[in-house]
Write a protein that binds this ligand. Sequence first.
Ligand SMILES: [Zn+2]
Length: 158
Amino acid sequence: MTKDKSELKIKAIENGTVIDHITANKSLHILKILGLPDEETRNVTIAMNVSSNEIGSKDILKIENRELDPSELNQIALIAPKATINIIRNFEPIKKDKIILPDRITSIIKCTNPKCITNYENEPITPLFNVINKYPPVVRCHYCEKLIKTEDIDKQFE
Ligand SMILES: [Zn+2]
């Protein structure tokens, strides 16, 4: 019996996480968010601009020996709101999830207002954003109400 793995297109992994349906050319941003590859997770496979029936063109990331946790996945939603996650154990997907951008996010992104209290040099407050739109992602700073558009979010990872 053979299993059809053709949809994966790139090498299957034994254990880890596959992030599929990443907005085209955003996979490197996601690695930056996740701080990968790191000491433990050296093997990361990237497929860029793969054709997709659903979203036109997409990136795929395969991260070996690391199961991403929900808080990490929420952060990814800011960059790739249509991404899907497969947790793989022993070559089999055991869990498939869509990434969901929460209504509020304490984030890796910064408020773009230099005078915002989250940007104070002394004792800055942790940034907190209210999500205004999920696709494409648009957020508003909880403290100064500055609107941060999709392109401003993307810029912070370039
Ligand atoms: Zn702000």
